[in-house]
Design a protein around this ligand. Structure first.
Ligand SMILES: C[S@@+](CC[C@H](N)C(=O)[O-])C[C@H]1O[C@@H](n2cnc3c(N)ncnc32)[C@H](O)[C@@H]1O
Length: 211
């Protein structure tokens, strides 16, 4: 389902220009990728960059690297001495992201881990300030439950695809991914230890702040 009016999308992108040539190149290269819809893209990318610039995190965690587009957006707001750790399960996808990171001024701040996110997280203990969840939809609730007790008050968690192509709006949910996203949205809604706001940007972005 096309959730956002394409004209409104193009208009918003026009007034949110992305001037980073590397990001524009990655977006252009992704056009021939069979999973190009996975990329955050210019509008959401700019929003991620803006959130990072406002919050100035020292430690960013990203679950789901793909080609590295959103990691590069988020890294723009890192404090001096800060680190962004991004997790990708597929070696061949991680290899492309690694090449993209090498071309960036922030490459020395980005640490790419390959492997299953939950297993990598077991051995990755950092005082996260900003977390972006954007990997397998069936894992969202597990990532949330794992991270919530470990993060400090004020830490921001962003979760992508929380509208799941409009499938969560259907009365009867079809497929495990839509059901998993619906369960995740309910989990966060019922959690009184966090503030939250769901934005209807792109495929839905949930902003969650630990009280
Ligand atoms: C939606 S894409 C990420 C897009 C990227 N954040 C962006 O906006 O440019 C999701 C990525 O998560 C990876 N992934 C899926 N399951 C995973 C898991 N269990 N652990 C780590 N990465 C996973 C996929 O291989 C894919 O590259």
């Amino acid at each position: 389902m096309e959730l956002i009016n394409p004209k409104a999308q193009a208009y918003a992108e026009h007034f949110s220009p992305q001037r980073d040539p590397l990001l524009n190149q990655i977006e252009q290269d992704s056009q021939s990728h069979p999973e190009k819809q996975m990329l955050s893209g210019p509008l959401q990318g700019k929003l991620l960059e803006m959130i990072s610039l406002i919050t100035q995190p020292k430690y960013i965690l990203e679950i789901g690297t793909f080609l590295g587009y959103s990691a590069l957006c988020l890294a723009k707001g890192l404090k001096p001495g800060g680190e962004l750790h991004t997790l990708e399960i597929r070696e061949e996808t991680a290899a492309v992201a690694r090449e993209n990171f090498k071309k960036s001024k922030t490459s020395n701040k980005i640490i790419l881990h390959t492997g299953n996110a939950l297993e990598v997280l077991e051995n990755l203990d950092k005082p996260w300030d900003l977390v972006f969840i954007d990997a397998d939809k069936t894992g969202y609730s597990d990532y949330y439950r794992f991270l919530l007790p470990k993060i400090r008050s004020g830490c921001l968690i962003l979760a992508d695809n929380v509208l799941f192509h409009g499938q969560v709006l259907e009365e009867k949910l079809k497929g495990k991914n839509a059901a998993a996203i619906q369960a995740f949205n309910e989990l966060v809604l019922q959690d009184t230890s966090v503030d939250k706001v769901m934005l209807t940007v792109r495929d839905g972005l949930l902003l969650i702040r630990k009280k």
